[in-house]
Ligand binder design. Structure first.
Ligand SMILES: NC(=O)c1ccc[n+]([C@@H]2O[C@H](COP(=O)([O-])OP(=O)(O)OC[C@H]3O[C@@H](n4cnc5c(N)ncnc54)[C@H](O)[C@@H]3O)[C@@H](O)[C@H]2O)c1
Length: 354
């Protein structure tokens, strides 16, 4: 860990060599290593001098080849072990800020990050639940703090981001997870309904990115993880406004990822299918019976804890789009490979109604 030469005066922003960088270095060292696994008996370049014609001298592989083969195997095995270990260590002693951390996916992410040795700042509108969650993590021996934050308020977001960076010297991960849903036909949405969804799901993510991105650029490292949805990838009747916001989050994420790479900053979008959280209870419904909305979920929702593990698996591998649940993966494939079929299914759902 070295202090970034680009660090601002008075700020303790630190440059980090991430474990994945170390793994990448190990793998590239392996790639650069001379190949010595030529089958026994074939001539190999012995790295020595030149023959009388000025060409590199060659010799039969001979008895040393078997030894070289073994040493290559061990080097490869060690490299793979390092890469696997390094991925497992991606979150140890890292500083992670999670929005919407008091419940559902955000809470599960905070727990999983804490279990992997990260210092977690839990940020949520609901301070009471959030403090309870942070206390429970601390009781398990984790380092966790709770902050009240309203993602719709840019000042509130930048305060929490700035304080986290000042207190811990850096921010390694920002999980822009806070989000809400409203279900119903777009025909019955007033502009305030649209505005509310846009302010939390889109502006909330923009505020997080705007606050943390310059800090990560100064650090020369960091990972922004934006929680979108499967609704960002497939047509989603009765969730038109929600799908609009999640398409925006996906567009922001993949575009910023392309720009941010040169600064050493990573960006991923998460697209989960149906996850078992409080969202089913807390989401607003417009002109539809809540029971019909619940009944419309085609599958048993996926546990939030598994969702969190899947997300961190994708983050450690720096995946651009992290799909969570088999249903989400298949729906995405169907949309890409057979868009007409996916549109027909969505159209049928739209006609049938909730
Ligand atoms: N549950 C699913 O099936 C599902 C599927 C795809 C995507 N998602 C996305 O996952 C994310 C998390 O959702 P969840 O299912 O865990 O929901 P949840 O309702 O369990 O948790 C959302 C959290 O966000 C917080 N929050 C809401 N508005 C906020 C604001 N203005 N500022 C700060 N915090 C705020 C809430 O207090 C709550 O703790 C959301 O972005 C959601 O769109 C959920």
């Amino acid at each position: 860990m070295v202090v970034s030469p680009a660090g601002r005066a008075g700020d303790a922003y630190l440059r980090h060599t991430t474990p994945l960088d170390t793994a990448a270095a190990a793998v590239s060292a392996l790639r650069c290593a001379p190949r010595v696994d030529t089958p026994v008996g074939r001539p190999v370049y012995d790295g020595g001098g030149v023959d009388s014609a000025g060409k590199p001298s060659v010799s039969a592989a001979g008895p040393h080849a078997a030894h070289r083969q073994t040493s290559t195997d061990w080097t490869l095995r060690a490299g793979v072990a390092v890469a696997v270990r390094v991925r497992a260590d991606s979150f140890r002693r890292r500083i992670a800020l999670v929005t919407g951390a008091a419940s559902g996916i955000g809470l599960a992410l905070s727990q999983e990050l804490a279990d992997r040795g990260a210092t977690v700042v839990l940020a949520d509108l609901d301070l009471e639940r959030n403090e309870e969650a942070a206390r429970a993590l601390c009781a398990r021996g984790a380092e966790a703090t709770a902050r009240r934050l309203d993602v719709t308020d840019p000042e509130s977001v930048s305060d929490v981001v700035r304080d986290t960076a000042a207190r811990h010297g850096r921010i390694d991960y920002l999980f822009n997870n806070a989000g809400i849903n409203t279900v119903g036909e777009a025909l019955h949405f007033c502009l305030d309904d649209w505005e509310h969804l846009l302010s939390v799901n889109v502006r909330g993510v923009i505020h997080g990115v705007h606050a943390v991105y310059p800090i990560m650029v100064t650090q020369g490292s960091g990972h922004i993880v934006n929680v979108a949805s499967l609704a960002a990838l497939v047509p989603s009747p009765f969730q038109v406004a929600y799908a609009t916001t999640k398409h925006a989050v996906l567009g922001l994420s993949v575009s910023l990822r392309a720009e941010a790479r040169k600064y050493g900053v990573r960006v991923s979008a998460v697209c989960p299918g149906f996850i078992a959280t409080r969202m089913g209870e807390t989401q607003r419904v417009i002109n539809v019976e809540r029971a019909r909305v619940d009944a419309a979920v085609p599958l048993r929702p996926y546990p939030a804890a598994r969702c969190a593990r899947d997300i961190l698996h994708g983050v450690a591998r720096n995946q651009e789009i992290i799909l969570v649940t088999a249903f989400a993966r298949w729906a995405y494939r169907a949309r890409r490979w057979c868009p007409a079929l996916a549109s027909a299914v969505a159209g049928r759902v739209g006609r049938r109604g909730l």
